[in-house]
Design a protein around this ligand. Structure first.
Ligand code: NAP
Length: 299
């Protein structure tokens, strides 16, 4: 029996582990894939206090090592279900783990563009991770779809590798940070394709191009061998929906104290409904959720 099981080893979950261990609680972190969450794909973090520049991989590895050094146990198993009672039981493909409290910090997954051929072309020109796959497109023409921080940072990263980067966004202003957008505008090999959506993918075993349509209905074909899709995320709530309410966008509804409608179940990080979804708010959530879980255990 653990005091706290944390589901998800991203910045929120690992920060929760650090705070729970420092409060002398026993902690198991369950992670379905690799530690770090989505930040591990960010090439350069510039907006986290203290470090002017740090890669997502280095950030995630530091937090992971800090949690492990403090005594958090980490198992790479996917949490499939939480059986709720006075005692919580988390079910994975390998077994069942009991705890007194659970923090759900499962984050979110990539949203797809929804254009015909997208699934088939993943790994054949389509990618959801510029830092993972950008090197395959050295001196080639690529496109990035989206207008949030991920799309802007991906386009900036790719501009140092690819010959040309088309940044295709459905509006004429960006959701992502103005400072990054400004840097992109200064890059001669970045072409902004605004007020436009991707209507069609061209392919012949691999991606050969995209057809974009602007708001006037005019279509243009862009010859590219890579398309990096960065059109947002979908919260990973499905397995635990019975335990916590969700907002209109599907994120777990919870106030700033990270509590849910179920006693002893807390939510933290990108999976939680919030206005500012940033690394700094994910780690802050981890601290808050663990502190509330400790209060719950001590009450
Ligand atoms: P996001 O902020 O939700 O942006 C998604 C973008 O994709 C938006 O520009 C949106 O357009 C566009 N979009 C959505 N659905 C589309 C569709 N079907 N077709 C075409 N375009 C579509 O997602 P994100 O960039 O992945 O970022 C997720 C969160 O992580 C954000 O809160 C972001 O700030 C944060 N993040 C932070 C950092 C950092 O702190 N360094 C780095 C990366 C991400 P509209 O703008 O028109 O809605």
């Amino acid at each position: 029996m653990y005091d706290i099981i944390i589901i998800g080893a991203g910045p929120a979950g690992l920060t929760a582990a650090i705070y729970a261990r420092r409060a002398a609680k026993t902690v198991l972190v369950l992670e379905a894939s690799s530690y770090g969450g989505q930040i591990i794909n960010t090439p350069d973090i510039e907006n986290y206090p203290v470090a002017a520049h740090i890669s997502g991989f280095e950030f995630a590895t530091n937090v992971y090592n800090q949690a492990v050094a403090l005594g958090a146990e980490i198992k790479f198993e996917k949490a499939l279900e939480i059986k709720n009672g006075d005692e919580k039981t988390v079910v994975t493909p390998r077994g069942e783990y009991a705890s007194k409290a659970v923090i759900i910090a499962t984050g979110s997954k990539n949203r797809k563009l929804g254009v015909e051929g997208e699934d088939m072309l993943v790994g054949r020109g389509i990618s959801y991770c510029a830092t993972c796959d950008g090197a395959f497109f050295r001196n080639k023409k690529v496109a990035v779809a989206g207008g949030g921080n991920t799309a802007l940072e991906d386009a900036l990263y790719l501009s140092d590798i690819a010959e040309t980067v088309y940044l295709i966004h459905r509006r004429d202003s960006f959701r992502g940070e103005a400072a990054t957008a400004e840097k992109l505008r200064e890059k001669p090999n970045v072409k902004l394709v605004l007020n436009s959506v991707i209507k069609k993918l061209g392919y012949d075993k691999r991606l050969t191009g995209v057809t974009v349509e602007n708001k006037l209905g005019e279509q243009t074909e862009l010859e590219v061998s890579g398309l990096f899709v960065a059109v947002g995320r979908i919260p990973e709530t499905d397995s635990f929906n019975a335990l916590a309410d969700t907002d209109a966008s599907g994120y777990f509804a919870s106030s700033e104290n990270c509590k849910t409608k179920t006693d002893g179940i807390f939510v933290a990080g990108d999976v939680r409904s919030k206005d500012v979804r940033q690394l700094v708010t994910a780690t802050a959530d981890g601290a808050v959720a663990a502190t509330e879980a400790v209060k719950y255990l001590n009450s």
